[in-house]
Design a protein around this ligand. Structure first.
Ligand SMILES: Nc1nc2c(c(=O)[nH]1)N[C@H]1C(S)=C(S)[C@@H](COP(=O)(O)O)O[C@H]1N2
Ligand SMILES: [Mo]
Length: 164
């Protein structure tokens, strides 16, 4: 765990800087987009788009229940964000701007390449089209994800994660 965390901090300079200066971990790359609380290292984290773009970006195409066709999504892997922050827990409560909230088993992020999508078809997701962050599962790659239980975890307009 420790060496991996150290590695993540090296490749996420914004997070590394935030962790180094102490509490709270503040957004250094622009306005705050996402707050992460609960069972993580170094106190609550407030992350900007710059912080989230500093993580390795992952992309895939998938159909969704709310769009036509199979858009291309890109964003950070949920497991890489949570690893970078030293998250330890069973579930992550994902909270949206409209106060929709749902518990997501942490195991989902190890089992599947779930992303916090920041863009769709190369266009930055705006609050109007479910941005700035939309939790997207690689639905087309795994038949078991084509299920209402997973559909409810595709939180759009994500503003906070709470690890517990
Ligand atoms: N921000 C936000 N995300 C959300 C929801 C919501 O109400 N608000 N509804 C969830 C549910 S219940 C489902 S099935 C999927 C698709 O919901 P939609 O068809 O209302 O977009 O999004 C999920 N993500
Ligand atoms: Mo739903």
């Amino acid at each position: 765990m420790a060496p991996k965390l150290l590695h993540m901090r090296m490749i996420v300079p914004f997070l590394a800087a935030a962790l180094a200066v102490g509490q709270p971990q503040t957004a250094l790359g622009g306005p705050p987009l996402l707050t992460v609380t609960g069972s993580i290292h170094g106190g609550d984290a407030v992350l900007s788009r710059g912080d989230l773009k500093a993580l390795p970006q992952h992309r895939f195409a998938t159909s969704t229940t709310v769009t036509d066709g199979t858009p291309n999504f890109s964003g950070f892997l949920m497991r890489e964000l949570l690893e970078a922050l030293g998250a330890e827990g069973e579930t992550v409560v994902a909270v949206a701007a409209n106060d929709y909230r749902i518990e997501i088993p942490m195991a989902d992020f190890g089992d599947f390449d779930v992303i916090g999508a920041l863009s769709m078809d190369g266009v930055r997701l705006s609050p109007r089209d479910k941005g700035p962050i939309w939790i997207v599962y690689p639905r087309d790659d795994h038949p078991q994800l084509q299920d209402i239980r997973y559909d409810t975890r595709w939180v759009w307009q994500l503003i906070a994660l709470h690890v517990q």
